[in-house]
Design a protein around this ligand. Structure first.
Ligand SMILES: NC(=O)c1ccc[n+]([C@@H]2O[C@H](COP(=O)([O-])OP(=O)(O)OC[C@H]3O[C@@H](n4cnc5c(N)ncnc54)[C@H](O)[C@@H]3O)[C@@H](O)[C@H]2O)c1
Length: 277
């Protein structure tokens, strides 16, 4: 069980009545299956209680809690309640999100009231929940925050407030990771680790602009040595300066870059090996 003894606060753990399982409810049930203790937070207490019943039926530990994400004090109370009950908060899952239900509309029809309502629910609610969970996680020196955005942030989506707030959630989450995540196991997408990897790839993947040594033999051409500022191997260990044969395996960490001539050369060698030449 991957979440044994972990404490999860799921905000929006109920669901809008209808077919199927809402994301928040499904998350509560799945986390509980993995051993987490759940605070099921929702504006609709009856819906949070329904989630609690489903989790308990499966043998999980769950407590319902009423809070409205548009009121910071209720979010603070929810976080405080989980902390008081279980002494820690390992996961904050921000699931609440509305679009049409909040009066969202197209660019020419959106009203100030609708935009403010959707922003307060989708974006401000997430920000305020994090505000109260972060100090606890910082003191524990561990914690995971999951903010549910939407593909609408990236793809064509005609309703203004949902689009803008879901995109805002991504930017906010990215900033949170930059400020607070010093060690990232998962959720790599917006982490400093990912940016560092990207910078590394940008630095090392442009075409090499250094010097290459080429060996011409019986009409074939093979790169036998390569020297560039972005090389990943230690020049002192490579044989570039010393002789003709470039030993790819000589330097630890060397990334073997195949070029067409070396591929041709390798194919010719292995063909020669096969026929015992
Ligand atoms: N359903 C989808 O197809 C879809 C697609 C992409 C992203 N999402 C996102 O996933 C999340 C969940 O979507 P869903 O369709 O499962 O939701 P849902 O409507 O089934 O559940 C949302 C829950 O949030 C609660 N809620 C609403 N306003 C609240 C408030 N002010 N304070 C506290 N609780 C409140 C509701 O009572 C409900 O229980 C949302 O953030 C949504 O934007 C959904």
């Amino acid at each position: 069980m991957r979440l044994q003894q972990k404490v999860a606060v799921i905000v929006g753990a109920g669901q809008t009545p209808g077919e199927g399982l809402g994301n928040g409810r499904a998350t509560a049930m799945r986390f509980a299956q993995e051993g987490a203790r759940i605070l099921a937070v929702d504006r609709d207490l009856a819906s949070a209680e329904e989630t609690t019943g489903l989790v308990r039926k499966e043998g999980g530990e769950c407590v319902p809690f009423e809070a409205d994400v548009t009121r910071e004090s209720t979010l603070a109370a929810a976080i405080g309640h989980a902390h008081k009950l279980w002494g820690r908060i390992d996961i904050l899952h921000n699931n609440v999100g509305v679009s049409i239900a909040g009066g969202d509309a197209s660019p020419l029809e959106i009203t100030e009231e609708a935009f403010d309502r959707v922003s307060a629910i989708n974006l401000r609610g997430t920000i305020m929940a994090c505000k109260h969970a972060l100090p606890i996680m910082r003191d524990q020196r561990s914690g995971v925050i999951i903010n549910i955005s939407s593909m609408a942030a990236w793809v064509d989506y005609p309703l203004v407030a949902y689009k803008a707030t879901k995109a805002g959630m991504i930017a906010y989450t990215q900033q949170l990771a930059l400020q607070y995540a010093t060690l990232v196991y998962n959720g790599l997408w917006f982490s400093p680790l990912r940016s560092a990897l990207q910078a590394f790839m940008d630095e090392t993947t442009p075409p090499v602009t250094g010097t290459a040594k080429v060996k011409l033999y019986r009409g074939s051409c093979a790169v036998v040595g390569r020297k560039a500022a972005s090389s990943l191997y230690d020049h002192a260990l490579a044989t570039y300066e010393e002789g003709d044969a470039f030993q790819h395996g000589a330097a630890a960490g060397f990334i073997h870059v195949w070029s067409l001539p070396t591929k041709t050369w390798a194919a010719a060698s292995s063909a020669a090996d096969t026929v015992g030449v």
